[in-house]
Design a protein around this ligand. Structure first.
Ligand code: G3H
Length: 541
């Protein structure tokens, strides 16, 4: 853990050495979106700093990117009331609008969003340190997600547009909104993760209280106007400030119908408990995970090494789906750890826009000391850092550490490090990693590396009932976004995929009548004259 390694001497650059094309203007945001208006805020603000440091006379300093409103509980309640009013017990303009008209609003939003692509991508790089290819992918994947959501809703609507008959009753069954949705997401995918709940919730006719993430907040600034212009007033309202001050009274009001939260189970539990009407609150949650990789003696070691690096170190290990603990069978442990350490040592560190850079500075101020603490705990209990420069730290930057051998006495065995450390546990029998998952509090995904069909089958059959996705000879991941994304135990509540999210943020509602001549005449007349937005046989093209 030397601090004098020459490899990293030029990691942080002076402002003059940052290419013009990647610079961003300082943004002092003073507006928040309330009831269709960008309200000017004159109160307290929070400064936003980049994980990217600039060398100064006083050493390395995180670059100031701008500031955001720090609204109080009073304004937060105004924001809540705007969402409640826009929903109006389901009678508001947005929840009663036809699906076709809601889709048109969403298409306008996505059109306006694409105009801001370059700035949002640059802000993602500066605010959370995500590389240029990954920031670009986050933006483009989000646009694809919105377009896929529109297509999925068209399909859903087409299926619901015909009447069904049973036992002398005729009915039309559609999905209807749930009410006011509080949408909160994490810093690691500040755009994508939030939009994977916010967009389906919105398009299903709910109104939205959008609490911006702590890091990645300015990346949403260029999109505020798009929300304002594309949707009826009050449909989307934004919240900036300390969660404990502004979210607590909102939850305590009992007026939130759905909590869409991506973060820790501890925070999610606390929020749910604040709601006075527990049966009324629905929760769509994506929470803790410490996905394991299992490399057996029958694995293709080269495949295991390259996939474990992708799984453990993409975006510096700051993904809920990251591989955070690797089990390796003792017969192949030496070969695997050597190849892995060599490959990790060769990873290029630098600033997000630099070519081929894979390891970048970390946004959370307390993360480097926490990672150091995890490594020191493992070293004190008998592990070693295997790779050159492993754990090297300078300001917000930490070079990945391959830590071996890890055991169940160490923090790294149990805690979700959410950062660039690869803890490796040697094992004799495949029952050992199964026991790990049985005893874990989380159950999101696992990656199995083996080319033996009998062994792979045994592991598949054990893990499908312990986690929600078993990856064979590849890293853990959320995508493709049309696949279900969920977890067991403390890892999730509800399921998100393009299609599942539309279901999660809606409830089936049906209109039913006895099949009589007068009812047939009545229903035919309503449908023919387009009197109802709900009861309709229109086919959306
Ligand atoms: O942090 C959780 C993300 O949803 C993971 O998405 O597996 O596609 O990187 P990803």
């Amino acid at each position: 853990m030397s601090s004098e390694n020459p490899t990293f001497q030029d990691l942080f650059k002076s402002e003059n050495d940052i290419p013009e094309e990647y610079k961003v203007p300082t943004i002092h945001q003073r507006e928040y979106l309330l009831n269709g208006e960008l309200i000017q805020w004159n109160g307290d603000v929070t400064e936003i700093y980049s994980p990217i440091c600039i060398p100064t006379e006083n050493g390395l300093q995180r670059k100031l990117l701008g500031s955001i409103p720090n609204i109080t509980a009073k304004e937060a309640m105004d924001v809540l009331e705007a969402s409640v009013k826009a929903y109006d017990n389901g009678l508001g303009e947005w929840p009663t609008m036809s699906v076709e008209a809601r889709i048109k609003c969403m298409q306008k939003f996505v059109y306006l969003m694409i105009q801001q692509r370059d700035l949002v991508i640059k802000l993602l790089m500066w605010e959370i340190g995500k590389t240029l290819p990954d920031s670009t992918k986050e933006f483009d994947r989000t646009v694809d997600y919105i377009n896929l959501t529109i297509d999925a809703l068209k399909d859903l609507d087409r299926e619901s547009s015909r009447f069904k008959e049973a036992e002398g009753t005729i009915a039309q069954i559609r999905r209807a909104p749930l009410g006011v949705v509080l949408s909160m997401g994490p810093f690691n995918y500040p755009l994508n993760e939030i939009f994977t709940t916010l967009i389906p919730a919105l398009i299903m006719g709910n109104t939205i209280l959008f609490k911006l993430p702590k890091h990645g907040v300015l990346a949403h600034y260029p999109l505020l106007k798009a929300f304002q212009e594309a949707f009826p007033k009050g449909t989307v309202n934004t919240l900036y400030g300390k969660g404990s001050e502004i979210i607590t009274p909102i939850m305590e009001s009992g007026k939130v119908n759905v909590l869409a939260f991506i973060g820790s189970s501890k925070v999610a539990n606390g929020l749910k408990k604040l709601h006075p009407k527990v049966n009324r609150l629905r929760a769509i949650l994506s929470l803790d995970a410490k996905n394991a990789a299992i490399v057996t003696k029958h694995a293709n070691i080269d495949v295991a090494v390259s996939e474990c690096i992708l799984g453990a170190l993409s975006f510096n290990g700051q993904r809920c789906t990251a591989l955070k603990l690797i089990f390796v069978q003792k017969e192949v442990a030496e070969e695997f750890t050597q190849k892995l350490s060599t490959a990790v040592s060769a990873m290029k560190a630098g600033l997000p826009w630099e070519k081929d850079v894979k390891i970048t500075p970390l946004p959370e101020v307390n993360k480097p000391p926490y990672l150091k603490e995890c490594i020191e705990d493992a070293l004190a209990k008998g592990a070693k850092v295997l790779n050159e420069n492993g754990g090297y730290n300078e300001a917000s930057f930490v070079f990945p550490a391959v830590v071996y051998p890890v055991n169940d006495q160490m923090k790294l065995y149990h805690e979700e490090q959410f950062g660039p450390i690869i803890p490796i546990v040697p094992f004799d029998d495949i029952s050992e990693p199964i026991d790990y998952q049985v005893n874990a509090n989380h159950g999101m995904q696992v990656s199995i590396f083996s080319e033996d069909p009998v062994e792979t089958s045994k592991l598949i059959d054990a893990f499908v009932n312990l986690v929600s996705r078993v990856n064979i000879n590849c890293q853990a991941q959320r995508g493709p976004d049309v696949f279900p994304f969920t977890g067991r135990k403390d890892s999730a509540e509800g399921t998100l995929s393009v299609f599942d999210a539309l279901r999660s943020f809606s409830i089936r509602s049906l209109v039913a009548a006895k099949i009589t001549e007068s009812n047939k005449t009545l229903l035919n007349s309503i449908v023919r004259d387009h009197d109802s937005n709900f009861l309709s046989t229109d086919y959306i093209f």
